[in-house]
Design a protein around this ligand. Structure first.
Ligand code: PLP
Length: 414
């Protein structure tokens, strides 16, 4: 679809089958899937021997700098039209002043705000919409905290697919408008993302929608693996010690851990695997609560949601068990931060480093600070945190300084 020079060139698909995340039952590749037959998320499996025989790190390095340079790790075969809006590799930005203040060995921020639609959500949507189109899907619906809806709206329009997007009524205005502006049929629901999900689930039959609810279709995870692939390549195939991710539905943690294991299996990674940390809020932290209680699953919805950190506001994540598996397997943990600390940190880093984080990204830095103090992070740790969206998508404190035209300016008071 894209006419720009990028890596969307054709290759074969190395997908062998899809597996039920709960029962392990195999499902065939090459047909449209939602949840598994048993009603759980499906996981895409690859022939890693054939994959690694067909591509090397050098082949990848020679391709244009976009997410499609990792196409062997993605599900699209050569017959799938790639729906692209010019996805770039997001930068890994050192923040030396913040690093010193927080007292860790190294602190890098992967800034996902640079991607189409201003968040990491475009990665999953580029792949999932490409796959949906190849299976003949013409109408997609999604419940979303906002950014996934913006991503779907953009990629669906690009693909010529109709999209219906349902967001909570207090979604930041820029994102809510962005969704409609991209051509989606956009609706706000007076509730949380779970209430939006009910609208979608109840409407699937009548509206003929393909349901893009987080983890109800298998390919968004695959697109988000490119974040892990980029980190690995940017750090010369040595992963950081600890990765902090603001976690709502948890797809990104699941996706990165999946691809790290794939890379390990084919021998591309050197050194140990990172500890994965789910950052949530004290006003909505079902995964942290379950982790702290030593549970393997999230057993009940978070009751009283109070946070305004929209990306982590998922009271009852469908993939809770899969996220907890990642935390336990990686020797990571979950940690919850409060809104006030996040607002302060966002302002501080913006002025301290010139880097405008979204609240979810700032939440990760608050978590780094807390965990240095708790001792779960050490002074030598190489830490990577995700800024998952552009700071410009979230409200900022107003600026009301005004000079009266024609009046003398008191320069000393500026
Ligand atoms: C800015 C931002 N950060 C983080 C998240 C959480 O991502 P995930 O659902 O993959 O855990 C979201 C999800 O809406 C988001 O919009």
């Amino acid at each position: 679809m894209s006419k720009s020079k990028n890596s969307t060139g054709k290759s074969r698909s190395f997908v062998t089958h899809l597996e039920c995340s709960e029962t392990g039952e195999h499902h065939p590749a090459g047909v449209l899937h939602g949840l598994s037959k048993a009603g759980h998320p499906l996981v895409v499996e690859y022939d890693l021997d054939a994959l690694s025989a067909s591509v090397t790190k050098d082949t990848v390095a020679a391709r244009p700098p976009d997410m499609w340079r990792y196409r062997e790790f993605l599900p699209m075969g050569g017959d799938v039209e790639i729906i692209s809006l010019g996805e770039n590799i997001s930068p890994l930005i050192p923040v030396p002043r913040t690093q010193k203040r927080l007292g860790v060995g190294e602190l890098l921020i992967k800034d996902e705000g640079r991607l189409p639609t201003g968040s990491f959500k475009g990665r999953g949507m580029a792949v999932a919409v490409s796959m949906a189109k190849s299976f003949g899907v013409t109408r997609i619906a999604i419940p979303t905290a906002g950014n996934a809806g913006a991503g779907l709206a953009a990629y669906a329009s690009r693909a010529g697919i109709e999209s219906y997007v349902f967001t909570p009524a207090d979604t930041p205005a820029v994102t809510a408008s962005e969704i409609a502006f991209h051509g989606a049929k956009a609706w706000m629901v007076d509730g949380f993302v779970g209430d939006c999900a009910k609208v979608v689930a109840d409407g699937v039959e009548e509206m003929g929608w393909f349901d893009f609810t987080t983890l109800k279709e298998p390919y968004r995870v695959e697109g988000k693996k490119t974040m892990g692939l980029e980190i690995a390549e940017q750090l010369d195939w040595h992963l950081p010690d600890v990765i902090f991710f603001p976690t709502g539905g948890g797809v990104c943690l699941i996706a990165m851990w999946k691809v790290f294991k794939e890379l390990k299996a084919i021998g591309w990674l050197q050194g140990p695997m990172p500890r994965m940390v789910a950052v949530q809020s004290t006003g909505c932290g079902p995964i942290v609560k379950a982790f702290d209680a030593g549970q393997r699953v999230v057993t009940e919805p978070w009751e009283n949601v109070t946070t305004q950190i929209h990306g982590v506001r998922v009271p009852y994540p469908l993939g809770g068990k899969m996220v907890l598996d990642v935390l336990y397997e990686s020797d990571g943990f979950g940690t919850a931060v409060d809104d006030e600390a996040v607002a302060k940190e966002r302002a501080r880093v913006c002025a301290e480093e010139g880097l405008h984080l979204c609240p979810e990204g700032a939440a990760c830095l608050v978590a780094v600070d807390m965990e240095r103090q708790s001792g779960r992070l050490g002074p030598q740790d190489r830490v990577l945190v995700f800024n998952t969206a552009s700071g410009l998508k979230s409200p900022m404190p107003p600026m009301n300084n005004l000079l009266a035209k024609g009046k003398p300016v008191d320069y000393g008071s500026l």
